[in-house]
Design a protein around this ligand. Sequence first.
Ligand SMILES: Nc1ncnc2c1ncn2[C@@H]1O[C@H](COP(=O)(O)OP(=O)(O)OP(=O)(O)O)[C@@H](O)[C@H]1O
Ligand SMILES: [Mg+2]
Length: 231
Amino acid sequence: MIELKEVNKYFDGLQVLGNLSFSVSRGKILCILGPSGCGKTTILRILAGLLPIDGGQVIQKEPIVSSYVFQEPRLLPWKTVKENINFVISHSSLAKDKRIDFYLQKTGLQEYANYYPHQLSGGMKQRVALVRAFVYEHQLLLMDEPFQGLDVKTRNLLLNQTHLLWKETQNTIVFVTHHVEEALLLGDEILLLSKKPAQVKRRISIGLPRKERNLQDPNFQKQYEGIVQSF
Ligand SMILES: Nc1ncnc2c1ncn2[C@@H]1O[C@H](COP(=O)(O)OP(=O)(O)OP(=O)(O)O)[C@@H](O)[C@H]1O
Ligand SMILES: [Mg+2]
């Protein structure tokens, strides 16, 4: 769908990406793991077309509309849950309204549709941000450490809901995380980056169907430890 070829990026003389090459496959979830400051957010901004590059190429056959989930929910405090989601839709229609209701139901938010952000927990706010990103019509969903700062249980819930929503849309996701287990549970593939200037250390395919992925399983555990060691 989109490919970075020998991409270089500098900020004030500091090289952040060094001849970085990788491709994003359509309809798949690619998880990006890498040390703090190695350039993960920079990569997402390049994929979104928000940041120019200093060398190499970004190859895509056609224009791509991206949707973004940030680390923090970024909701409008004066709008309700439903209004915050509706806000990203340019022309409201009954069909779109139904789609929002469907997604709210899928994520267990329906009864909170008329709540304001200050009436929600952190996990619920991030769930609203997740639904909003899915509702916005896109081909590429970019997620930048979206569950950072949430407890393990809430993170797992949101991870499952991301997968649930992805199954509905079958769109392409690039998901940046610090958590190896998140990448292993969600991704079709994992891109392991070096410290900056970021390069691809390894690209790992996770063959196992998601419902069979269990961190207690010895084989899965082995894969987990292998990644942690080279991380
Ligand atoms: N707009 C900018 N101006 C100057 N330097 C920048 C800018 N954006 C990023 N950088 C630098 O580029 C490097 C990579 O930043 P980036 O935010 O992409 O890292 P990251 O991998 O997302 O880190 P983290 O895991 O902590 O979120 C850092 O050294 C950062 O200071
Ligand atoms: Mg970042």
